[in-house]
Write a protein that binds this ligand. Structure first.
Ligand code: SAH
Length: 255
């Protein structure tokens, strides 16, 4: 009976999401129920309350344990990364539009990818798909240096501005094609990819440090799996983890 109820709510959330968002990024495919009807206040304190609830009910309750990731998710003001009409939904359990048919990932997915990459305070991290810069900010809290690449120039410019207004000095954003990586700063201790290629780009494997981890959604169309790639001294280990739905990784730099 319990399962049936959850399934119905999940199905309803899924339908609402499909109506509201023509394309989604960074969403777990196995839908979990949304927390609806709690976003009507937009005061500063209300955002703080909603952020702590997000961490408890969407992130900690689903098994994220890394204290540094939990602290970062509790701290970074997600509502500053979305535009006015969406601010009241910033802490809800879903991706949201950020313009140019792109979306900010569901909070749980951001936490999951950040934890899975096993990032240490001294690490240098590469992110592909800056979007609005939210995932980059979380990485900026838990790593030493973050390099992030975005293919849509307007999104890269806006992310740069938001991140600088929030005071992040350890995050660099460039407009470019993530398939090439960012060779000048390689090797990276971790690479997080937030758009889905059909197969793992070779340049990214090459730019990953020995003992580094890459967390990347892989697959054609709208359904992919997160692959965790570990590079050891003599081999590459790939592990398929959760099913997700990200925007496809594009091949061309957009004007
Ligand atoms: N991490 C983002 C959400 C990612 S949405 C956040 O926190 O908001 C995926 C992003 O990947 C989009 O902004 C899209 O424009 C970008 N993207 C798609 N293909 C890309 C490519 N080849 N190189 C770099 N960025 C790409």
């Amino acid at each position: 009976m319990m399962n049936f109820n959850w399934a119905s709510i999940a199905l309803l959330s899924c339908c609402l999401l499909l109506i509201a968002l023509p394309s989604c990024a960074g969403e777990r495919s196995l839908h979990t129920p949304e927390i609806l009807g709690e976003n009507s206040h937009s005061g500063r304190d209300q955002f703080e309350i909603e952020r702590q609830e997000m961490v408890e009910y969407q992130i900690r309750a689903r098994g994220i344990q890394d204290q540094r990731v939990l602290a970062a998710m509790s701290k970074v003001p997600r509502h500053e990364f979305v535009e006015s009409p969406w601010k009241d939904f910033a802490y809800s359990d879903r991706p949201l539009p950020i313009g140019h048919q792109q979306t900010i990932s569901q909070p749980y997915i951001v936490a999951y990818m950040s934890e899975t990459a096993e990032i240490s305070p001294d690490d240098k991290v590469l992110e592909i798909g800056t979007g609005c810069g939210y995932q980059a900010a979380i990485l900026g809290e838990i790593a030493k240096e973050v390099y992030s690449i975005e293919i849509i120039p307007e999104l890269a410019a806006r992310a740069r501005q938001t991140l600088s207004q929030l005071g992040y000095e350890n995050i660099e954003v460039k407009t470019g094609d993530g398939y090439q990586g960012w060779v000048e700063h390689a090797p990276y201790d971790a690479i997080i990819v937030t758009a889905a290629p059909e197969k793992i780009p070779q340049a990214l494997i090459e730019q990953l440090a020995t003992n580094g981890k890459m967390v990347i959604p892989v697959g054609g169309g709208w359904h992919q799996d997160i692959i965790v790639l570990t590079k050891t001294e003599d081999r590459i280990i790939k592990e398929k983890t959760i099913p997700v739905r990200f925007v496809p990784m594009r091949r061309k730099l957009l004007k």
